[in-house]
Write a protein that binds this ligand. Sequence first.
Ligand code: SF4
Ligand code: SF4
Ligand code: SF4
Ligand code: FES
Length: 968
Amino acid sequence: MDDIKYSNTHHQHEHSRTNYDDQLDYGTPASNSDVQVTLMIDDREITVPEGTSIMRASIMAGVNVPKLCATDSLEPFGSCRLCVVEIEGRRGYPASCTTPVAEGLKVHTQTPKLADIRRGTMELYISDHPLDCLTCATNGDCELQDMAGAVGLREVRYGYEGENHLKAEKDESNPYFTFDPSKCIVCSRCVRACEETQGTFALTISGRGFESKVAAGVTDFMNSECVSCGACVQACPTATLIEKTVIDHGVPEHSVTTTCAYCGVGCSFDAEMKGEEVIRMVPNKNGGANHGHSCVKGRFAWGYATHKDRITTPMIRKSIHDEWQQVSWDEAFSYAASEITRIQAKYGKASVGGITSSRCTNEEVYVVQKLVRAVFGVNNVDTCARVCHSPTGYGLKQTIGESAGTQTFDSVMQSDVIFVIGANPTDGHPVFASQMKRRLREGAKLIIADPRAIDLVNSPHVKADYHLKLQPGTNVALISAIAHVIVTEGLVNEEFVKERCEWDSFVEWRDFVALPQNSPEVLGLAMGVPAEELRAAARLYATGGNAAIYYGLGVTEHSQGSTMVMGIANLAMATANIGREGVGVNPLRGQNNVQGSCDMGSMPHEYPGYRHVSDVATQALFESAWGRPLSNDPGLRIPNMLDNAIEGSFKAIYCVGEDIVQSDPNTQHVTHALENMECVIVQDLFLNETAMFAHVFFPGASFLEKSGTFTNAERRISPVRRVMTPKNGMEDWEVTAKFSNALGYPMEYKHASEIMDEVASLTPTFKGVSFQKLDELGSIQWPCNDEMPTGTPTMHIDEFVRGKGKFFVTQYVATTEKVTPKFPLILTTGRILSQYNVGAQTRRTKNVAWHSEDIVEIHPHDAAERGVNEGDWVGIASRAGETVLRVKITERVQPGVIYTTFHHPESGANVITTENSDWATNCPEFKVTAVQVTRVNQLSDWQQHYKTFSEAQLAFADRDLEAAKIEL
Ligand code: SF4
Ligand code: SF4
Ligand code: SF4
Ligand code: FES
């Protein structure tokens, strides 16, 4: 549809290639000093913070000093000598990038002598550089070319003698960028970007003098430590490191600022375009979460949006055994609406429901839950957060009063102790991990609690002070043992607790954790962690200065997930590590909009803003706004919907952006439930695994094709801007709105911004949020209201959202999922950098170059016991089912524990996970499954069944697409 209300939104955030001021490069990083210094630069007076470089001050004063090795995302290096200046009263020609300002300086940037020096320097560079500007891929977007012009270079007196870079071979090994050493000027920006920005240290400068060159590993980029974040490509001032898309399609001509659709970091990007075609995604340096950095997914893995598997025409079929029929949108809406009406008439209101996804925008989630509550007339709406962070919502709400993380990502730069529990930031939240690593390199201490040796345990220049290798399923033992040390060794901050928390709840908790049964000596046995390590880690957390906890699904996806979240909050409150910068409780949300989808009321018991459906005033508010009677009974959660489908009372589901067959535990149970339904409506980009059981398929739009907002793990609401026309003809919120219209309830929004306006009018924490304000501020961290009109970076500063913080007793109860002689190993799961969630997007990009199949990691001891060798196929059997994966033998996992990822449907990782779940929220216990591993030489029965079924399904889709001559 046309952008009516916000017709100018894109233009405000759209830039020509050569003129976007907010992306001006100031040459060196900003100084944080409060002391101001005034100086003269070329007769212009300027006042800047102490510590600012002369180069930065010059550019701020509007004086452009030539530069090559300097860029404001990196510390100054001072190697190219192009930025030399003269300073009155000082001898020589200092480099302006490495010389700080001083009070009263008189600086000259343009003198005949400086011009001579710069021309001479440029001449040397150009003498060792191919003169193929006209046919170079970055012609017009090359700093070397710009500088040659800026210094007025007219001739090159030196020839190409001796060693030079001109004959060096290109490295094309990376799927997304090339390295052409013949164009390298050895400015070292790439090496520094890899070290300072990314923290991977994959690049070095080898050789000396004229023979020095950039090297990635021993052979090439793909065989080095490189994680393909692209920071070096972005930093390179020449065409040496360059995106292959730019080589293929040329330099982009305009850009639109939007937000990454992958993980919960929520990086801001400029989608650099040629017409409707994305040429490259460049991280936006004003992005509040990423400050110009990105990972391989956000920067490079967007090709899925135009993948040939995209379904762009609505389809229906009476039975899941029929072939799909392509129909018009109107036919699809009318068929789906008539089915919902028929089913509710026959089986009752509660026989239908909806599921949203954390990949949806806030606006999409809001309209889906509104449809279910106001039109279906029930609260049977749930979201995929059910299977990841629902315990976070519950645990934090109970203890501190708000179901969200307490800090900004930047807060980590004030932390002295970083405690990572059940999270793998370098793979799951890579851009935040880079920031965390920067702080660790500055000297912050690191405690990691994880059954597996994640990269942070030991990576270049970062080493964990303590790695607590606890057995999967023993988190609550860990938190209780640490609390025991803090309480019994007098490390509680009683002053804080007295002032800020419910004292009685504290006393109850204190007396409980002080019991001998909670000592590290006792609980350490259950965890398999030495008591002394636990004691030392507890002391460090309590006494090491600002201590921040970061946690992930390794905390939540357990039968005691909610207990553990409350235990984490207890610890932060007891030690006063909450309510200021550098501390806090920080859930690392897996997907881009986990926080937002929960905020928007996608859980069956809560309206937007976490207000319970039984709250009379809230019910009245929404009834009046939506003009329909609403139920005050909490609806069905996903597992209840599935159970009821099997039992026969739940018959239809509207599933938006979520692939429950692949993401939910016990796949056989899920597929059986779907087979029992009479109408499964799937709205997605691809014919996903759930669509195999669907009767209606509404094609979805990618994030590049729609407007809306995502809310990241720091509560940061960021704009998603449409950069190309939806391939399916409409944005996803429009599909839901039109489906609602077909059901007789008009939703007449003209733009996603109007949905956000409605959210703001009904949700106190979003009161001040609007698309217009997002355009002005870039992003907003909720709560945003009259008191905090520009948002709230740190929460709970003076008091907790619930008033007084409340402690909860955290009794460790071992999971019922225990090892037995039949299932003697524990399987735990995780994710990998290059793939995302169930892989629907990343598997359709060149990211498969890094991870084309899920593999299972096993300790050498367990492998030897079973006669298993590296690369063998093994059967992994649990009491729920069996699957077959290839083996990697590694000491990253402990004896008795095996580990796999879940990015490929054919792996069937969830075929073997059980129905165990968190006591409070039903979040599945994905992280603990008792299994046996044996050598095999064929796929499991389930995998063979899946292969046949999915091949047949995809063949239908292919035929339909071909028949419709859909071109993507
Ligand atoms: S590859 Fe680029 S950034 Fe790296 S040293 Fe060469 S020119 Fe500089
Ligand atoms: S892509 Fe990233 S990790 Fe790889 S060399 Fe460049 S900066 Fe380093
Ligand atoms: S996947 Fe996450 S870390 Fe990577 S670019 Fe996207 S938001 Fe940033
Ligand atoms: S830009 Fe200052 S020495 Fe290179």
